[in-house]
Design a protein around this ligand. Structure first.
Ligand SMILES: [Zn+2]
Length: 105
């Protein structure tokens, strides 16, 4: 039982921004709150369809389920150190544009 075939090779699902970007491939007929899902640790891990996976506990579920349940031992869901990189942290790593360190005018 391998799910390698369907893996999109998401490089860093620990990053919230990466998780959010996986939802861009969804057809617009499927209405989801991608921001909320990404913030909750979920990302789309197949090229098509609506298969979600948690970056932390690797539980898979379907987007159309009413309830998306993490594993009981999910570190992210339990608020433990999971390596999650929130969007705010991603953005703060990008240096402000035009901020060239040229102090000698
Ligand atoms: Zn989880």
């Amino acid at each position: 039982m391998s799910c390698q075939e369907n893996n999109r090779g998401i490089r860093n699902p620990k990053s919230e921004i990466t998780r959010l970007s996986t939802f861009l491939t969804l057809p617009c007929t499927i209405r989801v709150d991608a921001i909320e899902l990404a913030a909750a640790g979920w990302y789309l891990y197949t090229r098509s369809g609506s298969n979600l996976r948690c970056f932390s506990c690797n539980v898979t579920t379907d987007l159309t389920r009413d309830r998306l349940l993490h594993s009981n031992s999910c570190r992210f869901f339990n608020g433990q150190e999971s390596g999650n990189i929130p969007i705010k942290e991603c953005l703060s790593r990008i240096p402000p544009s035009g901020d060239v360190s040229d102090e000698e005018m």
